[in-house]
Design a protein around this ligand. Structure first.
Ligand code: EPU
Length: 417
């Protein structure tokens, strides 16, 4: 079993370079299927989630070459066959193969995807979108069969501004006949990144990044060159760590605008942060004011940062709160933070945090990806040594986390026990 062993208390100085965004890459890799020839995607993070998706592409028959941060995909040899359930269950983003294969071949058979257990995570809106485009959806046990004689543009309203449904509908609609409009679309930067990728291939998508996306179907999509945006959640996680224990810690290669909801809260709390054109420099301060946070879709406060942020709130003077509005099961890290000495009470979708509390090292478990990130942050400020188990979740989303933290002075080791 792999564990992370972290001894806290060491100030972190130097530069952490942020990798390409996980949540863009996991959509771009399946989206490459839609092209007729070579697609090059650069700045793809080497994390287990991107590994699993490239394995799936290879399974389908694509030629895939990985050269450090770039992936070159030739989808010309792909066969539209069923992806084994084991493979589909490795991560949530397997569902993007549904939109991409449906968009290209008008037929897809896929098992329900896996991913972190942070809520029920239905895919009804994805399926509703496919049906609106003219597909029929049927089930065979855990498997969805989505079939269309022809895909035709449609007006689609999403009850919830879902990131996954917005991207999946774009993938399915990009080669449909006529115009598709997605209303109440999600506005996350990763959606803009995927739309830009498809437009680089020759698609006609406008409005990505707003709540109305318009897609005019095209017949062919060609190969292209594309760059993944920096990972705003990885950047936010290290920025929070900087506020906890940074000593002139530079978070480099970022788009600061993507992190405004976080930086605005940090400034309210009294965190010393310099915001540059593509970097932050963060220093820990002696005392922080408590704040209340409510998670929302972009440009609101990202749910994916709520768990690491809760660690910072344990160090504020007084009572803070976090209201989670996206996922019904995203406080699984709290019992472990409390075991380390935090004072957090969860009532329904709200966590009430009273600080400041000293944290001490002990054995804790990463129940999901961002829960794992929050435990890393907590361990870095705790007295003594913390052992984090179930770290596969962390390795799904944070590229070279051990090396990046070691390089700025942390005592962190990945051990096999
Ligand atoms: N929802 C439905 N029906 C659907 C789709 C979503 O009810 O068909 C609900 C969900 O249950 C949830 C809400 O809508 O309550 C929002 O879900 P969304 O579809 O936006 O989430 P997602 O696409 O499954 C992505 C990220 C998550 C991130 C959310 C919200 C990827 C692969 N995952 O998930 O990232 O939390 O958007 O921003 O892009 C993470 O990186 O740790 C992570 C969980």
């Amino acid at each position: 079993m792999k564990v992370l062993e972290i001894t806290g208390g060491k100030d972190l100085s130097g530069t952490i370079r942020i990798s390409g965004a996980k949540n863009s890459s996991v959509a771009l890799i399946p989206a490459a299927i839609l092209a007729d020839d070579d697609v090059t995607i650069c700045n793809v993070p080497e994390i287990t989630d991107t590994d699993a998706l490239t394995e799936t592409l290879v399974y389908l028959g694509a030629e895939v070459r990985r050269a450090s941060e770039s992936i070159v995909i030739n989808p010309a040899t792909i066969e539209n066959k069923e992806i084994p359930e084991e493979q589909a269950k490795k991560l949530r983003a397997s569902y993007y193969f549904m939109g991409a294969l449906l968009g290209k071949y008008k037929h897809v058979e896929m098992f329900f995807p896996g991913g972190c257990s942070i809520g029920q995570r239905p895919i009804n809106l994805h399926l509703k979108g496919f049906e609106a485009l003219g597909a029929t959806v049927s089930h065979d046990g855990n498997k969805y069969i989505v079939d269309a004689k022809e895909l035709k543009g449609a007006n689609i309203y999403l009850d919830i501004a879902s990131v996954g449904a917005t991207i999946n509908i774009m993938l399915a609609a990009v080669k449909a006949k006529g115009r598709t409009t997605i209303d109440n679309a999600a506005k996350e930067p990763e959606i803009v990144n995927v739309a830009t990728f498809l437009n680089n291939m020759g698609a006609k998508i406008s409005g990505a990044g707003t709540s109305e996306i318009i897609i005019d179907g095209v017949n062919h999509l060609k190969g292209c060159f594309h760059e993944v945006i920096p990972d705003r959640i990885e950047a936010g996680t290290y920025t929070i760590i900087g506020a906890l224990i940074g000593n002139y810690l530079k978070i480099d290669n970022i788009i600061p605008e993507h992190l405004e909801a976080l930086t605005s809260k940090l400034i309210d709390m009294g965190v010393s942060i310099e915001i540059g054109a593509d970097y932050f420099i963060v220093n820990k301060s002696r005392s922080y004011k408590p704040v209340n946070v409510k998670t929302l879709g972009y440009p609101g406060f990202a749910t994916d940062l709520q768990q690491p942020f809760s660690v910072l709130l344990t160090q504020c003077n007084g009572k803070s709160s976090i209201t989670e509005t996206i996922w019904e099961n995203r406080f699984m890290h709290v019992p472990y933070l409390n075991k380390m000495g935090a004072n957090i009470k969860v009532e329904g979708m709200e966590a009430k945090i009273t600080g400041p509390t000293k944290l001490k090292g002990c054995e804790v478990e990463a129940t999901d990806l961002r829960a794992g990130a929050s435990l890393v942050a907590a361990a870095l400020i705790a007295d003594g040594t913390t052992t984090i188990t179930n770290i596969n979740h962390i390795l799904r989303g944070y590229e070279n986390i051990v090396e990046k933290l070691t390089d700025v002075g942390a005592k962190i080791e990945l051990k096999e026990i």
